[in-house]
Design a binder for this molecule. Structure first.
Ligand SMILES: [Zn+2]
Length: 86
């Protein structure tokens, strides 16, 4: 079983990590910076889980730091994909 945190610090702020059925929404994860909530598809395990977790935390870091204000959505997504990669 993959160890799944339900809270984690991100740039000094607590973020809740919720494990949800996102299949209806067609997502593996998402990030709501205003609520400090990351959601991850509940069925994910192992390397796939870690990949999505890293991706959504990258979005959270870019939002909480204000970096998203300086970039296009395309660049933000490209950097989140970069952060997934080992
Ligand atoms: Zn993304």
């Amino acid at each position: 079983m993959t160890k799944k945190r339900t809270r984690a610090k991100c740039l000094g702020q607590w973020v809740d990590i919720q494990h949800c059925d996102l299949s209806e929404e067609g997502l593996l994860g998402d990030c709501d910076p205003s609520k400090r909530i990351i959601r991850i598809e509940v069925t994910l395990e192992g390397a796939e889980y870690k990949r999505i977790e890293a991706h959504e935390f990258a979005h959270m870091k870019m939002a909480l730091s204000g970096l998203v204000e300086m970039m296009s959505p395309e660049l933000e997504e490209a950097l989140a994909v970069l952060a997934e990669s080992k």
